[in-house]
Design a protein around this ligand. Structure first.
Ligand code: FES
Length: 255
């Protein structure tokens, strides 16, 4: 991994101000945490800052986040420079392409995807294309290995790529009509590429010889949506506390 440093001084803006909408949003995030724990909101707020500031985080923005959260500047700097989800220098206006180069993607052809980026965007990562619209980098596993090789652009993943399909994806961003995120082939999410292999024989007869009704075909009409955050995952409802079983029992020896 490349050393992650802030952009040189000549690229740094002189100031950063939260938009009214983003400031209100940031304050709402902070309120989710108990008093004294407001620093826990640092990552979502940095992400919002990055979205506001053309896809990258500047030094003044890091200071603004630290001031908002009452954190030492160095702590926010450490976080911004540690996580590769934060870009520290200007990126392409239309797309910053993060190509996964970890083993499953590498075995499935990520090197060819990187060649596309080198030819189409710039020979070197983190450099803007001539028109300033694109940039690229190689990243470590982005968690979509089943659909290798893949790339992430902004918040979305584009999966099951070939050089031709990556070119199509980039054409979409160039024309302002990005394609549907997710698999770029006829695959449903991460299901087997040859189609479902289990629970697909609806015609199995039951003990009385009757056939089970056919299950509705799975459809993939809806574009892939950003996944729910962890705090809205389904989980079992907590059980109410048990009553005090001794409360209704008569004391020992009482008749
Ligand atoms: S190895 Fe590429 S997404 Fe996991």
């Amino acid at each position: 991994m490349a050393v992650r440093r802030l952009a040189p001084k000549e690229l740094q803006p002189a100031s950063f101000t939260f938009t009214a909408e983003n400031l209100a949003w940031a304050k709402a995030q902070i309120e989710k945490y108990p008093p004294g724990r407001q620093q826990s909101a640092v990552i979502p707020i940095l992400w919002r800052v990055q979205e506001q500031h053309d896809g990258w985080v500047s030094e003044v923005a890091i200071r603004a986040v630290a001031d908002l959260l009452g954190m030492p500047y160095i702590r926010v700097l450490e976080i911004a420079t540690f996580y590769t989800m934060f870009q520290l220098q200007p990126v392409g206006k239309k797309a910053h392409v993060q190509v996964c180069g970890t083993t499953p993607c590498m075995l499935r052809g990520s090197k060819d995807l990187i060649e596309v980026c080198k030819h189409r965007i710039h020979h070197d990562p983190f450099h803007l294309s001539e028109d300033g619209n694109f940039s690229w980098e190689e990243v470590e596993c982005l968690g979509a290995c089943v659909n290798a090789p893949m790339a992430m652009i902004w918040k979305d993943t584009y999966e099951d790529l070939t050089p031709e399909l990556l070119n199509k994806v980039l054409d979409g961003f160039a024309s302002g009509h990005p394609p549907k995120p997710g698999p770029q082939i006829a695959r449903q999410y991460a299901a087997p590429v040859t189609g479902p292999t289990t629970l697909n024989s609806a015609a199995k007869a039951d003990a009385n010889g009757k056939s089970a009704p056919a299950a509705p075909a799975l459809t993939d009409a809806e574009p892939k949506k950003a996944s729910e955050s962890a705090n809205v995952q389904e989980r079992p409802a907590p059980k109410p506390p048990m009553g005090d079983a001794t409360a209704t029992k008569p004391p020992k020896g009482a008749s």
